[in-house]
Ligand binder design. Sequence first.
Ligand SMILES: O=P(O)(O)OC[C@H]1O[C@H](O[C@H]2O[C@H](CO)[C@@H](O)[C@H](O)[C@H]2O)[C@H](O)[C@@H](O)[C@@H]1O
Length: 267
Amino acid sequence: MAEVSSVPPLLSGNLAFFFDLDGTLAEIKPHPDQVYIPAAVRTLLQKMSVMSEGALALISGRSMSELDKLSNPFHFPLAGVHGAERRDINDKTHVVTLPPPVVSALHQQLSEALLLLPGTELEPKGMAFALHYRQAPEAADAILLLAQQMTQRYPELALQPGKCVVELKPLGIDKGAAIRAFMQEAPFIGRTPIFIGDDLTDEAGFKQVNALGGLTIKVGMGETLANYRLANVRMVYHWLGKLTQHIEQQKSDILRGEGYESLSRSL
Ligand SMILES: O=P(O)(O)OC[C@H]1O[C@H](O[C@H]2O[C@H](CO)[C@@H](O)[C@H](O)[C@H]2O)[C@H](O)[C@@H](O)[C@@H]1O
């Protein structure tokens, strides 16, 4: 494995960009509703999307409707709920569901169980549920046990741990599969993928992007399959700014070179 403490190189060429959201494009907050992507960063993402002919997608544990709100007024290809929902460049959506009786039974059982764990919070996402304990760290073990019981009771579920959260999602979906699906479609196909993420759910994405010969970047500390590391969200913003400048410079150098060559030919 490469030295993961090293800052990622500034690439150019035909790139495809994949970004995790919480902890990567947005600072972690006490509550999920407090999260935002600064306006300047949203504008930078749009610029990168245009530069890559639309090959920029958000790959998140959040639902796609949340992702649209957080990236407003821009409209990107998305993978939400760890890949259970995906919206391609043509706005076609691909959704993995759970049987409705399972969803309603889970909702009821999880709501009742979390009532007994003060400070915890249930985030229902349709085909998945996030069990948050950031405001009640003492409930971490009880939350994990509850989620494990649910995966035993409902074999169509998988457990996804994260930062002060344990999630229940449909079995067989992950961020790696979502990135693989994008990479088989225009405008992503044939490009070199870059994926930046900070949490356990992002490791499947790192694995996939490494296999495709791309660049993988872990934000913050911790074991990872990523090849490079950025210290925090502010460093992500800084690196994205630098990368964008670098790509623009490369393009203008090429244009100047071509202009000079055609001028030389006409003389
Ligand atoms: O894949 P991501 O974009 O990183 O989304 C992962 C989960 O993020 C949210 O929860 C996390 O961020 C919250 C706000 O900073 C924080 O309060 C919480 O403790 C974190 O677990 C979101 O609520 C989940 O739905 C996402 O799956």
